[in-house]
Design a binder for this molecule. Structure first.
Ligand code: DX5
Ligand code: ZN
Length: 210
């Protein structure tokens, strides 16, 4: 599956952009939420997610890059997040926050920074529908893919099959037709600059062919 990241879309025309990538074959819409603390950038928040939900024909895959996400998960679920992903480094109670997301009716996801060991998230997988492997340092679109993160995908795939879990593996950061091939064990490719930087249909098709 392909989840275009609207961080690289035209923010003045988000409805048009979402409908265009949906038409071009996208599966989910990836929404990057940054608070200027967990990462050194500020993007969008709850009112924008709510507005996107009204116009998106596709599920919203919301990636929270915020400190203490437990303070805001309820509002993000109510705003219409279908998948809601938190960073393991951002909270003292990742397990409790993931359970809360599920109770609220959304699909919980866990993610980790490149320098965090994959072992940190393994015990949380039974609580998740999604695990996101970051292949750039979170904070900005348009960075280069980090090859040294690919082994995490393999480790997660092993764990998911050996424990018979139903968690999807998503990869985010520097994804294009070439790097997606290296991540062939992932289920969902997030791509921002690659999709929005060229003709949407051919970009999405090339990722699906990977
Ligand atoms: C980075 C975000 C990504 C970003 C990806 O913090 O999580 O979703 O938008 O952008 P590209 O695909 O350009 O690396
Ligand atoms: Zn993201």
């Amino acid at each position: 599956m392909v989840a275009p990241s609207i961080l690289s879309a035209d923010f003045a025309n988000l409805e048009k952009e979402i409908k265009a990538v949906a038409q071009a074959g996208a599966d989910w819409i990836h929404v990057d939420v940054m608070d200027g603390r967990f990462v050194p950038n500020i993007t969008i928040g709850i009112p924008v997610v709510k507005a996107l939900k009204k116009v998106s024909p596709l599920p919203l895959d919301v990636h929270l890059m915020i400190e203490e996400p437990e303070r805001y998960v309820e509002e993000f679920v109510k705003a219409g997040s279908d998948y809601l992903t938190i960073h393991v480094e951002s909270t003292k109670d990742a397990a409790g926050t993931l359970k809360r997301i599920r109770e609220l009716g959304a699909k919980p996801g866990i993610t980790l920074r490149p320098r965090t060991a994959v072992e940190e998230v393994l015990p949380l997988l039974p609580l998740c529908d999604l695990v996101l492997v970051m292949t750039v340092e979170p904070g900005f679109g348009g960075q280069s893919f980090m090859n040294d993160q690919v082994a995490k995908i393999t480790r997660l795939r092993q764990e998911i099959s050996s424990e018979n879990l139903s968690c999807l593996i998503e990869v985010d950061g520097g994804i294009n037709a070439e790097t997606a091939k290296i991540c062939h064990e992932a289920d969902v490719f997030v791509a921002g600059s690659y999709v929005f930087g060229k003709e949407y249909g051919s970009a999405i098709a090339s990722l699906k062919g990977s």
